[in-house]
Design a protein around this ligand. Structure first.
Ligand code: UD2
Length: 329
């Protein structure tokens, strides 16, 4: 059993536990001796993400729009990690109402189910999207939220619900504002998937990538196991209750440089194709992680080169054995 970050809970619920981040978190909790209930509707999650450790978990095939189902899933759980969401920004633009039922009402349901179940703590996945296109960098938690998409509104409202549950009912809620998360099990399947998963799958297939804009725009890419660690620390740190934390690395990578590094890993000389910038694309995004460092004791461990190499290995192995080749934490 892993003892690096001890988890003071014997049973936890992970919503979206079969998804990219949720499955890594579920695995890490299992490795620390915590019994996990995974609630997932398998719209973007996949059972193969749980391969190798599904004996230790209970899977509830269902939806966070269903409060009574959530209530029974949360029964006996001391901690809840809320990862389920419509994660595509464009999907929330296309369907602002339907996605709000999942992202906003669903988050409220998760908090309410946790309250009714008598859970101590709820850690919710928020996003750097709440900062919108504010050009000031690095992003600090004290900056005002400026949602620019339904997705960002959903995440900002979710944080506010979490605050209210903390103040009103004493539920220990923590919101984690993820920056650009990457790693094994990230699905490259849609044009709006994470850029790293798209570039790696293009490289593996010997295809040129598309760079939107001049490629000088930059992001703060964080490896999934560091995001998992942030969740474990958020669950285990008493002083975190009621807080909002940026979860990134504080380091930047420009999109053009990203492709050059991936091309080198893949041993390809393919040049990117440049297209017009995406509407609403943000030029600069990087986290100030001082608050997470000082309150949670969080510090990202995986360097970008190591994370990229591990993720490339996973993509290169591709296809049939995907789930089994993912990292352990
Ligand atoms: C991230 C989050 C999103 C939301 C948003 C908030 C991911 C996957 N998405 O969107 O959920 O929180 O931040 O601002 O983490 N790009 C290319 N070629 C491609 C794909 C992307 O050049 O084939 C560029 C894209 O134009 C952007 C950058 O790569 O400049 C990153 O794109 P992304 O979709 O991975 O993530 P982002 O930051 O737009």
């Amino acid at each position: 059993m892993k003892a690096d970050i001890p988890i003071p809970y014997s049973r936890a619920l992970v919503t979206g536990g079969a998804g990219f981040i949720g499955s890594h978190l579920t695995q890490a909790l299992c490795e620390r001796g915590c019994r996990v209930v995974v609630l997932d509707n398998f719209s973007s999650g996949n059972r193969s993400n749980l391969a190798g450790f599904d004996d230790d978990i209970e899977i509830v095939d269902g939806d966070i729009r269903d409060l009574s189902l959530l209530e029974s899933a949360a029964d006996g759980c001391e901690a809840v990690f809320h990862q389920a969401a419509v994660v595509s920004v464009p999907q929330t633009v296309e369907d602002p109402v339907g996605s709000a039922l999942v992202n906003e009402t669903g988050t409220l349901h998760v908090l309410e189910a946790a309250r009714r179940a008598g859970a101590a703590r709820v850690v919710i996945a928020s996003s750097s999207a709440v900062y919108g296109d504010d050009p000031h960098v690095p992003k600090r938690e004290s900056m005002p939220v400026r949602p620019m998409s339904p997705y960002a509104v959903h995440k900002a409202v979710g944080e506010q619900h979490a605050d209210v549950y903390h103040r009103l009912y004493g539920l220990e809620t923590v919101s984690l504002r993820y920056f650009n998360v990457y790693g094994p099990r990230q699905d490259p399947g849609s044009p709006y998937s994470g850029v790293i998963s798209i570039f790696l799958s293009r490289a593996a297939a010997g295809l040129r990538p598309v760079i939107f804009g001049d490629g000088k725009q930059y992001r703060d890419f964080i490896y999934v196991s560091d995001v998992v660690k942030a969740n474990l620390l958020a669950a285990a740190t008493t002083a975190a209750a009621g807080g909002r934390f940026n979860i990134g690395t504080g380091e930047i990578t420009r999109i053009r440089e990203l492709w050059d590094r991936i091309a080198e890993l893949a041993g390809t000389g393919l040049e990117p194709e440049f297209q017009a910038p995406r509407a609403g694309d943000i030029v600069a995004s990087v986290a100030d992680i001082d608050r997470a460092r000082s309150v949670l004791g969080f510090s990202p461990r995986t360097t970008f080169s190591t994370g990229l190499r591990k993720t490339w290995q996973w993509f290169a192995e591709a296809g049939q054995e995907r789930g089994r080749h993912a990292d352990s934490h």
